[in-house]
Design a protein around this ligand. Sequence first.
Ligand code: NAG
Ligand code: NAG
Length: 366
Amino acid sequence: MVCIGSLRALVLRAAAAAGGRCRWPRVLCGGGRGVVDACVTPRASVRHGWRGLRAATGARMMLDSSSSSDSAASDAGQLQPQRRALAAVAHAQDGGAGGYASGGWAREDGKLKCGYSSFRGKRATMEDFYDVKLTEIDGQAVSLFGVFDGHGGSRAAQYLKENLFENLMKHPEFLTDTKLAISETYQKTDADFLESESNAFRDDGSTASTAVLVGGHLYVANVGDSRAVISKAGKAMALSEDHKPNRSDERKRIQNAGGVVIWAGTWRVGGVLAMSRAFGNRLLKPFVVAEPEIQEEHVNGDLECLVLASDGLWDVVENEEAVSLAKTEDLPESAARKLTEIAYSRGSADNITCIVVQFHHHDKTG
Ligand SMILES: *[C@@H]1O[C@H](CO)[C@@H](O)[C@H](O)[C@H]1NC(C)=O
Ligand SMILES: CC(=O)N[C@H]1CO[C@H](CO)[C@@H](O)[C@@H]1O
């Protein structure tokens, strides 16, 4: 079955019951705040039963069960004809009173395992979201991972979870010029979000730290102060540079656009926002932009693991410590969980969300 581990609830329901947006039955693993949601094709579930369940576009996670009915299920409905299912083994658990959720997937070919963990931290509401997709497009294996850390409300982060990767996979150059596709999709999605919010007098914003694996290439794109770190040949390496307003190039860009960076407890754009790039934040445009910085990494036998996390982790855990835990733990889910626990125990009061990906280059069958 898809859901292993301490499974709290398993619900299979027809699309109609899910509000008609998911054309096929839908699987929910987990309970409470930790929900893993996947649309499955009827053929797959009939043919294989639960054991051989294939998630239509991989699996999609969500943190917030209250938003599950309207946000989770669009996968199958938007499925492109050439997008084929690729199996993903998923499980999820709810941390209960501690208030964290975690889960994990493994690619069918055994070459990639990933897990996530999210901790509510000490504040009242959760504004971190994440998305994981393991899929195949035109015969090409594709994996997408994203951490979206919201501020001023959760709407921008939730919008990214629901739309960013869907938009990216639909970009005509996604497989042929992935960097261009990422750059255009980030900015288009930001414009779409602002437009969708045009009636609301709100100023929600979000970071996005994403990693997209297409064939032998890993593309890490960043907006804001979430961060991606890899371990390569035993060495930790950040693949993104946090967008802080006091970064000299960022300060220059903001000032050239007519903005100011002011000290208010920390360096802030206009004295307000402690990061220099973000999705949303209408009132701080054009100083705060959603243009990503993208780094490309060739995937070879040296690449051991990848950690994506919100600043709730990076504020108190060094890059080296994070990847060394990520590669020594057997399961990426437990690595992710330990990292969020460590961050919490060190007093991080922010949202803490983290995705751990482990690469396995040599097949060990059996
Ligand atoms: C930006 O300011 C913070 C303090 O808020 C400081 O720790 C950091 O080193 C500064 N970064 C740069 C690039 O100046
Ligand atoms: C649980 C938690 O820490 N929530 C916070 C997440 O981050 C946003 C923005 O920093 C806060 O507004 C939430 O309170």
